[in-house]
Design a protein around this ligand. Structure first.
Ligand SMILES: Nc1ncnc2c1ncn2[C@@H]1O[C@H](COP(=O)(O)OP(=O)(O)OP(=O)(O)O)[C@@H](O)[C@H]1O
Length: 243
């Protein structure tokens, strides 16, 4: 699965994505990173067909085999967790889509199982932002797809819930699925086998192993590596002289 030389500009705007090329790794967590406004959501939208790029090649599974969770999740506040589950389960043609265990069977801890029971009966309008994300990721990752794409699934989410989301993604990969998500929470990647794709100024300025990327900048702090990467991309001469 790859994207090659992708170009995209919004109408009446200068090109946002100039030349985006990367390859998704099947057995690693693929992570798209970049500054606010660098075009991560736009790139996801181009990859999933929500936007039409002006140029480039995209080799991905058929749209019906891609699951894409955007940042703007909308369900009526009046629906309960179980109604959302029925909706998702029905769309995905899951057998037993009305059974709670269809979605909760892979939950591991007592705390997660209790939370799932709780949210199953709760109205969406009463869930916190983090609870909604937890529930939607839990429900959506039960659907079998070749490629999963999540736009900032861990933003505004507590550490235990972020860990849960990361474990769900790792399970998908272990099951032979490909997974790509965007995040600003780089510390979440410290304990995973991540393939980093760094988008900056319309192209990919780094693609490769997360630990190798940290080593390049001689740091164990990914936020430091991120900042140095930006310095390097914008001011290569000055960055070369930095410790
Ligand atoms: N419909 C649109 N028309 C014109 N410009 C747009 C449109 N949608 C987004 N943009 C601009 O494109 C740029 C990239 O936006 P995008 O949401 O893709 O960035 P992002 O990397 O996902 O940002 P963040 O990390 O803040 O979520 C931004 O400057 C944004 O203002």
């Amino acid at each position: 699965m790859f994207v090659q030389h992708l170009q995209f500009a919004y109408p009446k705007s200068r090109a946002l994505l100039h030349d985006v090329t990367f390859t998704l790794q099947p057995n690693k967590l693929n992570v798209l990173i970049g500054m606010n406004g660098s075009g991560k959501t736009t790139l996801f939208d181009c990859m999933t067909g929500a936007l039409r790029p002006q140029a480039g090649d995209i080799a991905l599974p058929d749209q019906s085999d891609i699951l894409y969770l955007t940042q703007s999740i909308y369900y009526s506040d009046e629906l309960k967790g179980k109604d959302v589950a029925y909706f998702i389960g029905r769309l995905a043609q899951l057998t037993d889509f009305k059974k709670q265990t269809t979605y909760s069977a892979s939950l591991q801890s007592r705390r997660e199982i209790d939370l799932f029971h709780h949210l199953w009966q709760m109205k969406v309008g009463k869930m916190s932002a983090g609870e909604k994300k937890w529930l939607f990721v839990t429900l959506l990752t039960t659907i079998p797809r070749a490629l999963y794409m999540f736009d900032e699934p861990t933003s505004g989410v507590d550490p235990a819930t972020r860990l849960h989301i990361m474990r769900r993604f790792e399970k998908l990969i272990a099951d032979g699925r490909t997974c790509l998500f965007s995040t600003h929470q780089l510390h979440d990647l410290l304990h995973t086998d991540a393939h980093v794709i760094f988008l900056h100024d319309g192209s990919i300025v780094y693609e490769g192993d997360f630990q190798d990327w940290l080593q390049t900048f001689q740091t164990s702090d990914p936020d430091v590596a991120f900042t140095k990467m930006l310095d390097l991309a914008t001011e290569p001469e000055r960055a070369n002289t930095m410790p």
